[in-house]
Ligand binder design. Structure first.
Ligand code: B12
Ligand code: SF4
Length: 470
């Protein structure tokens, strides 16, 4: 049997590598395993974090955490010899991880030409042309821009083998049924450190894609595909059991998908599953207009099953920017609903994690309007306490919009539809991130409405309003 390794490249730009599991390879591992193929996983990380400046980053300053299929782990300094015994190395890559993935792939091709290398994840999905045009010395043997389950099985089972040039394998399942839940290896899970309302928590997703169309986001173009209820229940049971194994006496679960709390009926269904699996608290995303539309009915089942925090993309306090974002598929959304949603949730004892952005076309008025919104959110009292007895507090997050390829804003900027904004389309992908070191963002712009320093000062002020716990 061929030896297969999945690699999660480092997130050098993040404050902390071990906050959430990167789930993509874990879904593939369990799928391969259910088809009779074992695989190992390697998490690369940097101990002291710094922003990746360019492709000149060095692999020598990385550490490796390997989790073998039997459950054993190995940790040590990066050593290329670790890869020698593998036949297939599959990289799971998000755009800001691309420089390290490219570097490691080049090193593997040079040192161990017997290895078949594969790249999958959201980077090849949205930057497919860039990945396909990598020079021969850096190119991957297989590029998997969409679903990875069946292409990876084809590669591992030998149904397809590498040729002299890169080959792209495209597959998109119409339904996500008959798939096993992702692997949750204890040796890795115990490293993650994330809390919801004072309780340790892990995360999952119930669906891929999104029914909305925000112009800064690629997911807006992806049809919603739900995982089966059986699979989600199995996953929740596994997560709860891993939490018990690693000593979490009380447990939290975070749903990271974009169809979190959508309607009272759907919230009630999810709430039943959460409480049946034994979680004490949970967190999920919703939308301001849904909170306003359904009032207390939306969050009631959430609150009754221990829910204490919700995430909402409140994006901006500027009506001009909100109109441009197109948050509701062409329907009008008002900034007032952002304020109202926070009040409604807080009255029900639910704290809001508010995600906001600075946009490169914004002038002083736009900045001031969002500043007012954020000051309001940060100071509005929440009618409840967390699991450790502390008053719940709203949280604010301020990022600078990074227009990834595949977003409407990227296209609009390219054709000059956003006056005063230019991006460097050849920008190092390592600069493409919203939120990183000390709450800062990458800077892919050549030209913006106001100077970079103004936006960054504003961002720092907004982030200074965050509470010390959440
Ligand atoms: C949960 C989540 C997070 C979590 C967990 C990280 C994770 N990757 O799991 C956190 C909060 C940490 C996070 C952080 C970031 N995220 Co995020 N995240 C998501 C989200 C909502 C779900 C990810 C997920 O679990 N998907 C489920 C799995 C099954 O999908 P998948 O990973 O794509 O894997 C499938 C295929 O891509 C493929 N595949 C994946 N790996 C491999 C490997 C091989 C070898 C093969 C063959 C195939 C393959 O097979 C899988 C099954 O089909 C996605 C949106 C989405 N719906 O995917 C955004 C998303 C991936 N995130 C995004 C971004 C921008 C970020 C950040 C850069 C934000 C920031 N801080 O600036 C950081 C990056 C840090 C990092 N590396 O984690 C973008 C990525 C865009 C891009 N061009 O890469 C997405 C697409 C959201 C968006 N629309 O903007 N994220
Ligand atoms: S940002 Fe908008 S389009 Fe993207 S996942 Fe969230 S709601 Fe959907």
């Amino acid at each position: 049997m061929k030896k297969t390794l999945f690699v999660k490249p480092p997130d050098r730009f993040l404050d902390d590598e071990f906050v959430y599991q990167q789930l993509g390879p874990h879904y593939l591992q369990s799928y391969l395993s259910s088809n009779g193929f074992d695989s190992d996983l390697l998490v690369l990380y940097q101990k002291t974090f710094r922003i990746v400046p360019s492709m000149e980053a060095s692999l020598g300053d990385l550490y490796m955490l390997a989790v073998f299929s039997g459950g054993d782990t190995y940790e040590g300094k990066f050593d290329i010899r670790f890869f020698e015994g593998y036949d297939i190395v599959g990289f799971s890559v998000m755009t800001p991880q691309a420089p390290d993935a490219y570097l490691l792939n080049t090193a593997l091709k040079r040192e161990y030409p017997h290895i078949t290398t594969v790249i999958g994840g959201s980077h090849p999905r949205y930057y497919q042309a860039q990945v396909e045009s990598l020079p021969e010395a850096n190119s991957f043997d297989f590029i998997v821009p969409q679903d990875g389950w069946r292409p990876m099985l084809q590669i591992v089972s030998g149904e397809v083998s590498k040729g002299s040039s890169a080959r792209t394998l495209v597959d998109k399942m119409s339904k996500l049924i008959d798939l096993p839940p992702p692997t949750r290896p204890v040796g890795l899970m115990q490293r993650y450190n994330f809390t919801i309302a004072g309780l340790p928590a892990f995360h999952s997703v119930t669906a891929l894609g999104c029914p909305f169309t925000c112009h800064f986001c690629e997911s807006g173009l992806e049809r919603v595909r739900h995982f089966s209820f059986e699979m989600i229940e199995e996953d929740l049971a596994t997560i709860a059991s891993v939490q018990s194994t690693v000593g979490h006496k009380k447990k939290g679960i975070m749903f990271f998908d974009d169809v979190g709390l959508m309607s009272p009926v759907q919230v009630a269904r999810l709430a039943t599953r959460v409480s049946r699996a034994g979680f004490d608290t949970w967190r999920a995303f919703t939308h301001a207009y849904l909170v306003v539309k359904h009032k207390e009915n939306l969050l009631l089942p959430f609150v009754e099953t221990g829910g204490k925090r919700i995430g909402i993309g409140l994006e901006t306090g500027s009506q001009k920017s909100l109109n441009l974002i197109n948050k509701r598929n062409g329907k009008y959304q008002s900034v007032k609903e952002h304020y109202d949603a926070v009040v409604l949730a807080n009255e029900q004892g639910v704290a809001v994690d508010a995600f906001t952005m600075i946009y490169p076309w914004e002038d002083e008025t736009d900045l001031a309007e969002t500043r007012s919104l954020i000051e309001f959110i940060a100071s509005n009292p929440v009618n409840g306490f967390d699991e450790t007895g502390r008053p719940l507090r709203n949280h604010v997050d301020s990022t600078i919009m990074s227009p990834y390829q595949g977003t409407k804003f990227f296209d609009m900027i390219e054709i000059g539809e956003l006056p005063g904004v230019k991006i460097d389309t050849k920008e190092d992908p390592g600069q493409m991130y919203y939120k990183g070191l000390e709450g800062g963002s990458g800077w892919p712009y050549q030209e913006t409405r106001l100077p970079r320093s103004v936006y960054e000062e504003e961002q720092a002020y907004r982030n200074s309003l965050r509470p010390s716990y959440r």
